[in-house]
Design a protein around this ligand. Structure first.
Ligand SMILES: C[S@@+](CC[C@H](N)C(=O)[O-])C[C@H]1O[C@@H](n2cnc3c(N)ncnc32)[C@H](O)[C@@H]1O
Length: 476
């Protein structure tokens, strides 16, 4: 390691920035965020720096640099893009014993400025030792994605209870365990979800309870009911990804693809409830029991569901069951099949010209026959997305046409949407059964019905081919 990493206290201290361009303005922003009293030396400056001066937030000295400018500074940054001025700033700072950074000039700098992830008071600094700043910024983006946006709130929340926890659990080892559980448990999850009131109540009761065990009421784990999206791992939310990497147990159903499970923490236990031993799915009762068992053992459980947990996903039932048993639950939305499939098939679900409503329905009724409001679904200017409707596609088409839908209304069957091998079959609604019959057996498939399907890439291909055939006939 060539540089010694430190975090410098600059609150109320003078930081000198030489230069008045955009790079200098960026450094000024950072220094001000850290509470420094910033002095800018430059003959001319950007509008932003000028308005900061007018607001009294920086001191601006509109002239060329003098060696004496660095005398009382805690640090100096030179961002002039002029070799001679930068060299003079570095030399003056060196003589005065003031740390100096010259932007993009490692040789003239006595310190380097890292790429930072700011979740005040948590700060992550990344440095490539000045060798590859773009790589450092790249890493920063990845770390940004991994850290919850409310991490700083969590640190401040914990800080506000430090004294109370110390008084309640004098033993250092037990206290450390308490904090470890806190940061992995429901109280921290509530802070990160923005529910600080609930977290504070839970924390107060945890701290006030006689310290008979280090759990202090946090013995229960937590269940995150997480939407995994339609299959493409790139469609996971940042939150879903983070939770997958922190989970002790992942309980997933059949729609969750192996490519998504690859993002789970390596040593997490993975329970497939979509395919139990006898190769049929666990009942909802069994799934509820598994979730309760794992959370009651104090584990951090991710209940991973295809698409969105609250769209034909029984997320509501599972959440209610866990809550009834006093288990903390958080629901994390995912991209539902309709939006995922529509995007990859090139079908806008609404359109100002021909779809002012989007209706999501299930095609799976108690006896195979879905009990739906057919006259409403057959109406004009709407898009109907049918989940679990591939096997009933023929009957669905009959009902819609029977209730007034034009038989030539465009329809699409999208199977394995967003996954490798996605199939998009388009045609008139009267041919829906044939379209559905052509998909991979067992593939999850969505039906989309309405004028918007004319915008599908596949529909345009068909029209182009038809047009080519017509042109070929005319030319013969
Ligand atoms: C039990 S529902 C779950 C829906 C899920 N919660 C969602 O929001 O997408 C299962 C149905 O969703 C649809 N589906 C889910 N993933 C799909 C995919 N990748 N491609 C096409 N349809 C999909 C199919 O209609 C499938 O039968």
């Amino acid at each position: 390691m060539k540089h010694f990493p430190v975090f410098l206290e600059v609150e109320g201290r003078t930081a000198v920035v030489v230069g008045g361009g955009e790079t200098a303005a960026r450094k000024v922003r950072l220094l001000r965020a850290a509470g420094a009293a910033v002095r800018v030396i430059a003959p001319s400056v950007t509008d932003e720096l000028a308005s900061l001066e007018r607001a009294g937030e920086v001191t601006l000295i509109r002239r060329l640099f003098h060696a004496t400018d660095v005398a009382d500074a805690a640090l100096v940054i030179s961002a002039t893009a002029r070799q001679d001025v930068d060299a003079a700033v570095a030399a003056a700072a060196g003589r005065a014993g003031v740390p100096v950074n010259v932007v993009d000039n490692k040789a003239l700098s006595s310190f380097i400025v890292p790429a930072i992830v700011d979740r005040h008071p948590i700060t992550v600094a990344i440095s490539s030792g000045g060798t590859a700043p773009v790589l450092a910024r790249n890493l920063r983006a990845r770390i940004e994605a991994m850290l919850p946006p409310r991490l700083g709130q969590l640190a401040r929340f914990a800080d506000s209870f430090r004294t109370a926890v110390k008084a309640s659990i004098p033993d250092g080892i037990r206290r450390r365990r308490f904090w470890e559980r806190l940061f992995a448990g429901p109280i921290a999850a509530a802070v990160l979800a923005g529910d600080e009131t609930r977290a504070r109540e839970a924390m107060l009761s945890a701290v006030n309870r006689p310290p008979t065990g280090e759990g202090l009421g946090q013995g229960n784990g937590i269940v995150f009911i997480v939407g995994a999206g339609p299959g493409d791992p790139d469609l996971l939310t940042l939150k879903a990804l983070r939770l997958l990497q922190e989970a002790d147990v992942i309980v997933h159903d059949r729609l969750v693809t192996p490519a998504i499970l690859d993002y789970a923490r390596r040593d997490a236990e993975v329970i497939d409830v979509g395919k139990a031993k006898g190769s049929h799915a666990c009942s909802q009762g069994e799934i509820n029991r598994i979730l309760l068992r794992e959370a009651s053992a104090g584990r951090r459980v991710v209940r991973l569901k295809g698409g969105d947990p609250f769209v034909f996903g029984r997320g509501g039932e599972e959440r209610d069951h866990l809550r009834t048993h006093g288990i903390a639950v958080e629901v994390v939305p995912g991209i539902t099949a309709a939006t995922g499939c529509a995007a990859t098939a090139g079908i806008p679900l609404t359109h100002r010209d021909h779809a002012q409503a989007l209706t999501l329905v299930t095609g799976h009724g108690r006896d195979g026959e879905p009990d739906l409001d057919w006259p409403a679904l057959a109406g004009a200017n709407r898009t109907v997305a049918v989940y679990m409707g591939a096997t009933a596609a023929g009957r669905i088409a009959e009902r819609l046409i029977g209730h007034g839908m034009a038989p030539d209304t465009p329809a699409a069957v999208i199977a394995d949407g967003t996954r490798p091998g996605q199939q998009t079959r388009v045609g008139p609604v009267r041919a829906l059964a044939e379209l559905a019959a052509g998909i991979r057996p067992g593939a999850p498939a969505l039906l989309l019905i309405g004028e918007v399907v004319r915008h599908a890439d596949a529909w345009m291909d068909v029209e182009r081919r038809t047009q080519d055939r017509v042109t070929a006939c005319i030319n013969q």
